[in-house]
Ligand binder design. Structure first.
Ligand code: MLT
Length: 250
Protein backbone atom coordinates (compact mmCIF):
# COMPACT_ATOMS: atom_id res chain seq x y z
CA UNK A 1 0.00 0.00 0.00
CA UNK A 2 1.48 3.42 -0.87
CA UNK A 3 2.20 5.56 2.21
CA UNK A 4 -0.36 8.15 1.11
CA UNK A 5 -3.15 5.58 1.67
CA UNK A 6 -2.03 4.46 5.11
CA UNK A 7 -4.93 3.50 7.37
CA UNK A 8 -4.80 5.85 10.34
CA UNK A 9 -6.99 6.00 13.42
CA UNK A 10 -6.78 8.89 15.89
CA UNK A 11 -7.95 9.11 19.49
CA UNK A 12 -8.21 12.76 20.51
CA UNK A 13 -7.90 11.80 24.19
CA UNK A 14 -6.75 8.53 25.74
CA UNK A 15 -9.80 8.31 28.03
CA UNK A 16 -11.72 5.66 26.10
CA UNK A 17 -8.90 3.68 24.53
CA UNK A 18 -9.38 -0.05 25.17
CA UNK A 19 -7.02 -2.99 24.81
CA UNK A 20 -9.00 -3.99 21.74
CA UNK A 21 -8.27 -0.62 20.12
CA UNK A 22 -4.50 -1.11 20.25
CA UNK A 23 -3.99 -4.88 19.94
CA UNK A 24 -2.00 -5.81 16.80
CA UNK A 25 -1.67 -2.11 15.90
CA UNK A 26 1.28 0.22 15.55
CA UNK A 27 0.54 2.91 18.12
CA UNK A 28 2.01 6.37 18.67
CA UNK A 29 1.19 8.08 21.98
CA UNK A 30 1.46 11.87 21.74
CA UNK A 31 1.82 14.24 24.70
CA UNK A 32 3.61 17.35 23.47
CA UNK A 33 3.30 19.19 26.83
CA UNK A 34 5.20 17.58 28.24
CA UNK A 35 5.53 13.89 29.03
CA UNK A 36 6.47 12.65 25.54
CA UNK A 37 8.87 15.56 24.98
CA UNK A 38 10.47 14.76 28.34
CA UNK A 39 10.76 11.04 27.56
CA UNK A 40 12.41 11.73 24.19
CA UNK A 41 14.79 14.19 25.85
CA UNK A 42 15.76 11.85 28.68
CA UNK A 43 16.62 9.04 26.24
CA UNK A 44 18.42 11.42 23.89
CA UNK A 45 20.57 12.57 26.82
CA UNK A 46 21.58 9.08 27.81
CA UNK A 47 18.98 7.70 30.21
CA UNK A 48 19.10 3.90 30.12
CA UNK A 49 15.30 3.56 30.07
CA UNK A 50 12.13 5.45 30.94
CA UNK A 51 9.44 3.51 32.79
CA UNK A 52 6.05 5.17 32.38
CA UNK A 53 3.67 4.52 35.28
CA UNK A 54 0.01 5.28 35.94
CA UNK A 55 0.19 6.26 39.60
CA UNK A 56 2.25 6.83 42.74
CA UNK A 57 1.87 3.26 43.99
CA UNK A 58 3.33 1.75 40.83
CA UNK A 59 6.20 4.26 40.83
CA UNK A 60 7.01 3.44 44.46
CA UNK A 61 6.92 -0.31 43.82
CA UNK A 62 9.42 -0.08 40.96
CA UNK A 63 11.70 2.27 42.91
CA UNK A 64 11.72 -0.06 45.92
CA UNK A 65 13.36 -2.77 43.80
CA UNK A 66 16.15 -0.56 42.43
CA UNK A 67 19.35 0.70 44.07
CA UNK A 68 19.16 4.42 44.97
CA UNK A 69 21.73 5.49 42.40
CA UNK A 70 20.26 3.45 39.56
CA UNK A 71 17.01 5.41 39.13
CA UNK A 72 15.47 8.84 39.31
CA UNK A 73 11.78 9.40 40.06
CA UNK A 74 10.24 12.05 37.84
CA UNK A 75 6.77 13.43 37.34
CA UNK A 76 4.20 16.08 38.02
CA UNK A 77 0.81 16.82 39.46
CA UNK A 78 -0.81 20.07 38.32
CA UNK A 79 2.39 20.77 36.36
CA UNK A 80 4.79 20.85 39.30
CA UNK A 81 7.20 18.26 40.70
CA UNK A 82 5.67 15.66 42.99
CA UNK A 83 6.85 15.98 46.63
CA UNK A 84 9.71 13.59 47.32
CA UNK A 85 10.54 13.00 43.65
CA UNK A 86 13.96 13.86 42.23
CA UNK A 87 12.63 15.53 39.07
CA UNK A 88 9.53 17.23 37.75
CA UNK A 89 8.25 16.96 34.17
CA UNK A 90 10.21 19.77 32.55
CA UNK A 91 12.56 18.45 29.84
CA UNK A 92 15.10 21.02 31.03
CA UNK A 93 15.57 19.03 34.25
CA UNK A 94 16.64 15.92 32.34
CA UNK A 95 20.24 16.99 31.73
CA UNK A 96 22.82 14.40 30.66
CA UNK A 97 24.61 14.52 34.04
CA UNK A 98 21.31 13.76 35.80
CA UNK A 99 19.99 10.96 33.61
CA UNK A 100 22.98 9.29 31.97
CA UNK A 101 22.97 5.53 32.60
CA UNK A 102 19.94 5.74 34.88
CA UNK A 103 16.38 4.44 34.72
CA UNK A 104 13.76 7.18 34.91
CA UNK A 105 10.46 6.22 36.55
CA UNK A 106 8.00 8.76 35.13
CA UNK A 107 4.59 9.50 36.63
CA UNK A 108 2.50 12.22 34.94
CA UNK A 109 -1.17 13.15 34.90
CA UNK A 110 -2.02 12.25 31.30
CA UNK A 111 0.99 11.22 29.22
CA UNK A 112 2.29 8.26 31.17
CA UNK A 113 -1.27 7.06 31.83
CA UNK A 114 -1.96 7.10 28.10
CA UNK A 115 1.18 5.03 27.58
CA UNK A 116 0.26 2.43 30.19
CA UNK A 117 -3.13 2.04 28.51
CA UNK A 118 -1.56 1.16 25.15
CA UNK A 119 0.94 -1.52 26.11
CA UNK A 120 -0.89 -4.31 24.23
CA UNK A 121 0.03 -2.67 20.93
CA UNK A 122 2.17 -4.60 18.45
CA UNK A 123 4.54 -1.61 18.37
CA UNK A 124 4.23 1.29 20.83
CA UNK A 125 6.30 4.44 20.32
CA UNK A 126 6.38 7.93 21.79
CA UNK A 127 5.74 10.92 19.55
CA UNK A 128 5.98 14.69 19.84
CA UNK A 129 7.06 17.58 17.64
CA UNK A 130 10.68 17.03 18.65
CA UNK A 131 10.92 13.60 17.00
CA UNK A 132 8.16 13.85 14.36
CA UNK A 133 10.29 12.74 11.40
CA UNK A 134 11.68 9.78 13.31
CA UNK A 135 8.14 8.65 14.17
CA UNK A 136 6.96 8.97 10.56
CA UNK A 137 9.96 7.00 9.27
CA UNK A 138 9.32 4.26 11.82
CA UNK A 139 5.59 3.99 11.10
CA UNK A 140 6.16 3.86 7.34
CA UNK A 141 8.68 1.06 7.73
CA UNK A 142 6.70 -0.90 10.33
CA UNK A 143 3.15 -1.08 9.02
CA UNK A 144 0.43 0.04 6.65
CA UNK A 145 -1.72 1.13 9.58
CA UNK A 146 -1.25 3.35 12.61
CA UNK A 147 -3.18 4.47 15.68
CA UNK A 148 -2.33 7.90 17.06
CA UNK A 149 -3.37 8.40 20.68
CA UNK A 150 -3.34 12.00 21.89
CA UNK A 151 -2.95 12.13 25.66
CA UNK A 152 -5.05 15.29 25.78
CA UNK A 153 -5.51 17.20 28.99
CA UNK A 154 -7.66 15.88 31.83
CA UNK A 155 -9.94 13.88 29.52
CA UNK A 156 -10.33 16.77 27.10
CA UNK A 157 -8.87 17.36 23.68
CA UNK A 158 -5.68 19.40 23.73
CA UNK A 159 -4.76 21.65 20.83
CA UNK A 160 -1.04 20.86 20.91
CA UNK A 161 -1.51 17.07 20.76
CA UNK A 162 -4.16 17.33 18.04
CA UNK A 163 -1.91 19.57 15.94
CA UNK A 164 0.99 17.15 16.39
CA UNK A 165 -1.25 14.25 15.27
CA UNK A 166 -2.24 16.37 12.27
CA UNK A 167 1.38 17.03 11.36
CA UNK A 168 2.19 13.30 11.54
CA UNK A 169 -0.82 12.50 9.33
CA UNK A 170 0.12 15.22 6.86
CA UNK A 171 3.52 13.59 6.45
CA UNK A 172 2.23 10.01 6.41
CA UNK A 173 -0.35 10.94 3.77
CA UNK A 174 2.01 13.06 1.68
CA UNK A 175 -0.03 16.24 2.22
CA UNK A 176 -3.30 14.82 0.92
CA UNK A 177 -6.42 13.69 2.80
CA UNK A 178 -7.28 10.13 1.67
CA UNK A 179 -10.76 9.40 0.27
CA UNK A 180 -11.61 7.09 3.18
CA UNK A 181 -10.78 8.56 6.56
CA UNK A 182 -12.15 8.49 10.11
CA UNK A 183 -13.72 11.65 11.54
CA UNK A 184 -11.05 12.11 14.21
CA UNK A 185 -8.20 11.70 11.70
CA UNK A 186 -9.98 14.12 9.37
CA UNK A 187 -10.29 16.61 12.26
CA UNK A 188 -6.60 16.43 13.22
CA UNK A 189 -5.42 16.65 9.60
CA UNK A 190 -7.68 19.61 8.79
CA UNK A 191 -6.80 21.50 11.95
CA UNK A 192 -3.10 21.16 11.19
CA UNK A 193 -3.66 22.17 7.58
CA UNK A 194 -5.46 25.32 8.73
CA UNK A 195 -2.83 26.26 11.33
CA UNK A 196 0.34 25.07 9.61
CA UNK A 197 1.52 28.52 8.50
CA UNK A 198 1.10 29.94 12.00
CA UNK A 199 1.75 26.75 13.93
CA UNK A 200 3.76 28.24 16.77
CA UNK A 201 1.20 31.04 17.34
CA UNK A 202 -1.61 28.48 17.58
CA UNK A 203 0.40 26.25 19.89
CA UNK A 204 1.11 29.12 22.27
CA UNK A 205 -2.63 29.77 22.56
CA UNK A 206 -3.28 26.20 23.74
CA UNK A 207 -4.85 26.09 27.21
CA UNK A 208 -2.15 23.87 28.67
CA UNK A 209 0.58 26.06 27.16
CA UNK A 210 -0.94 29.08 28.92
CA UNK A 211 -1.14 27.14 32.19
CA UNK A 212 2.53 26.20 31.94
CA UNK A 213 3.53 29.82 31.29
CA UNK A 214 1.58 30.86 34.40
CA UNK A 215 3.48 28.21 36.41
CA UNK A 216 6.84 29.58 35.19
CA UNK A 217 7.61 26.99 32.49
CA UNK A 218 7.58 29.30 29.44
CA UNK A 219 10.98 27.96 28.32
CA UNK A 220 9.46 24.48 27.99
CA UNK A 221 7.19 25.76 25.22
CA UNK A 222 10.16 27.07 23.21
CA UNK A 223 11.77 23.66 23.59
CA UNK A 224 8.78 21.35 23.04
CA UNK A 225 7.45 23.18 19.95
CA UNK A 226 10.63 22.64 17.91
CA UNK A 227 9.82 20.29 15.03
CA UNK A 228 12.37 17.55 14.23
CA UNK A 229 14.96 18.71 16.76
CA UNK A 230 15.68 15.16 18.01
CA UNK A 231 16.20 11.90 16.18
CA UNK A 232 15.44 9.61 19.12
CA UNK A 233 12.52 7.14 18.98
CA UNK A 234 11.34 5.86 22.39
CA UNK A 235 10.06 2.30 21.84
CA UNK A 236 8.11 0.31 24.42
CA UNK A 237 9.32 -3.13 25.38
CA UNK A 238 9.00 -5.06 28.70
CA UNK A 239 7.28 -2.17 30.52
CA UNK A 240 9.98 0.32 29.63
CA UNK A 241 10.81 2.74 26.87
CA UNK A 242 14.20 2.35 25.23
CA UNK A 243 15.84 4.10 22.30
CA UNK A 244 14.63 2.14 19.29
CA UNK A 245 18.11 1.43 17.94
CA UNK A 246 19.13 -0.04 21.31
CA UNK A 247 16.05 -2.19 21.83
CA UNK A 248 16.30 -3.58 18.29
CA UNK A 249 19.86 -4.76 18.85
CA UNK A 250 19.30 -5.92 22.49
C1 MLT B 1 0.75 15.22 31.57
O1 MLT B 1 1.14 14.04 31.47
O2 MLT B 1 -0.38 15.53 31.95
C2 MLT B 1 1.63 16.38 31.18
O3 MLT B 1 2.85 15.94 30.73
C3 MLT B 1 1.56 17.50 32.17
C4 MLT B 1 2.73 18.46 32.17
O4 MLT B 1 2.80 19.38 31.36
O5 MLT B 1 3.63 18.32 33.00
Amino acid sequence: MPPSEMDAEVFLTYANVSEEDVRNRTVVVIDVLRACSTIATALERGARAVMPVADMAEAGKIAANLGPDVYRLGGERDGDKIDGYHLGNSPAEYAAETVQGRDIILNTTNGTRALTQATSAEHLVVGCFLNASRVVDFVRAAADEVTLICAGHNNRLSLEDTLCAGLLLDRLWDDRLPDVVTDSAHTAFTLYDTDRTSLETSLRRANHAEELVALGYADDLDYCFRVDALSVLPYHTDNRLLRYDEQSTA
